[in-house]
Design a binder for this molecule. Structure first.
Ligand SMILES: [Zn+2]
Length: 308
């Protein structure tokens, strides 16, 4: 699932290309009766309303809150996209073609840039067409993504964002704030607590593994048993690792691609995540990376230098 560095990469990419463009059309083939009555474009009725509300609107900017991409429009509207497991937003030129098999079904053929033709970019389920002829397309193999429309002025009170903890890369995210948030779950295991979006927003499976490997803390260690100096180390490492993720353009070990359809490079920098069975790369450590289940998720760590 895209985490803070990937969502950040997408949002900053969109901020470079979208402002000033007018929305001329929107299309989707997400449609599930499971979402009936929900504020989600997967509900047919909701999508109809969504379509009317956004067509003709100009984009004024793009941003991020937690793992949500925010596309701000004129007149106090914001499109919120949570990419979930396999979703990623693309931008470029597409050709809209009617499938020969069924007259109703539409396919979107990528034209340019060339990188949109990567097989991981071919699961298009949502497309916004802009006044310059270009499109924002959401590729989402497993169809778990969420798209909804919010009032820009009340985003922080919306169900999608109000539960989110502080942003770890913001200036006001001090060590005191970090400690206060973690201490809400004193018996929680550090790996689970770091990934809890209500405590700190944006960290998921990949970056929590890398943060704990670098700090030498075992993923199952309880918050209350971590010394103040080690908590400080984790706090500093959260910022370092997330910034590193952004510097490398995000992580594309799985489906993630940037808005041009290109891979990020953080997957080449992993020291723990999906390194099961490999020798630990920490200097003078003879350990091996192992994998265990924590709260239904996998944790990868060095059984020698990461202490419980
Ligand atoms: Zn080690």
């Amino acid at each position: 699932m895209p985490e803070l560095p990937e969502v950040h990469t997408t949002a900053t990419g969109l901020q470079k290309v979208l402002p000033g463009l007018k929305i001329v059309d929107v299309w989707t083939d997400y449609n599930s009766s499971f979402y009936a009555g929900k504020d989600n474009i997967k509900d047919k009725k909701y999508f109809k309303k969504f379509r009317i509300q956004i067509i003709g609107k100009k984009v004024i900017g793009a941003g991020r809150r937690g793992k949500n991409v925010l596309i701000h429009l004129k007149d106090d509207f914001t499109i919120l996209v949570h990419m979930k497991m396999t979703g990623h937003i693309l931008y470029g030129t597409y050709r809209r073609v009617k499938s020969r098999k069924s007259i109703k079904s539409i396919k979107w053929d990528p034209v340019e840039p060339e990188t949109l033709k990567d097989p991981f970019n071919r699961f298009i389920h949502f497309v916004i067409t802009f006044s310059n002829g270009k499109c924002l397309a959401l590729s989402d193999m497993r169809k778990f993504a969420k798209i909804t429309l919010l009032k820009t002025s009340t985003i922080d009170e919306s169900l999608d964002t109000k539960h989110l903890g502080p942003e770890p890369l913001e200036k006001n995210f001090t060590f005191e704030v970090f400690k206060k948030q973690l201490n809400k779950k004193p018996s929680g295991k550090i790996k689970t607590v770091l990934m809890d979006q209500s405590l700190v927003s944006g960290i998921g499976n990949i970056y929590s593994d890398e943060i704990l490997w670098k700090t030498g803390i075992h993923p199952l260690k309880c918050v209350k048993n971590i010394s103040n100096s080690n908590l400080k180390k984790i706090y500093e490492t959260v910022k370092i690792i997330l910034r590193k993720g952004i510097d490398f353009g995000g992580d594309s070990m799985s489906d993630y691609r940037n808005i041009h359809g290109e891979k990020g490079n953080f997957q080449h920098k992993h020291q723990a995540y999906r390194k099961t069975g490999e020798k630990c790369s920490k200097k003078n450590c003879e350990g091996i990376i192992v994998r265990i289940k924590v709260g239904g998720r996998s944790a990868h760590f060095c059984s020698t230098h990461q202490k419980i």
